[in-house]
Design a protein around this ligand. Structure first.
Ligand code: SF4
Length: 141
């Protein structure tokens, strides 16, 4: 993507590098027409997914899910189990709440306003109270 932006501004870009800090790995990338077409196609697909009102299906058996903050509402293993005949199902992983003193609050209402009033977290839509939680029970929003 960065290479595309630089090329658009008139720079010659023939190679790029991505540094993964956690694994301390550097990946070299040749920036050619095929790679730029791949990026353009990926961005086009991403825009298509973002403009679709329904969520895409969850990933299947992906290592990304274990550390994803959305796993509690996305439920990829559970949905996979529901779509798999009972005899072929993998055992479900147990969901473990990492923070015992609070629960995360996921706000999925388009246009919702989140605020704090009298030690409570409130979620409102067009001024109407939709949900209210004691702050002490909330670990993150
Ligand atoms: S849990 Fe996260 S990574 Fe896995 S499918 Fe859902 S959104 Fe994607």
């Amino acid at each position: 993507m960065q290479a595309l932006l630089l090329r658009e501004e008139g720079y010659a870009v023939e190679r790029a590098e991505i540094w993964y800090a956690e694994t301390r790995q550097r990946v070299h990338i040749t920036v050619d027409d095929a790679a730029l077409r791949d990026v353009t196609d990926t961005v086009t697909r991403a825009w298509r997914v973002a403009s679709d009102p329904s969520a895409p299906p969850p990933l299947r058996d992906s290592p990304k899910c274990a550390r994803c903050s959305l796993v509690g509402i996305c439920l990829p293993d559970e949905l996979d189990a529901l779509q798999t005949p009972p005899k072929q199902r993998r055992p479900l992983k147990r969901l473990m709440a990492p923070v015992l003193e609070g629960r995360p609050v996921y706000v999925t209402l388009q246009g919702a306003v989140v605020g704090v009033r009298s030690d409570r977290l409130e979620v409102r839509l067009s001024g109407e109270l939709k949900a209210s939680y004691r702050l002490i029970d909330v670990s993150q929003v």
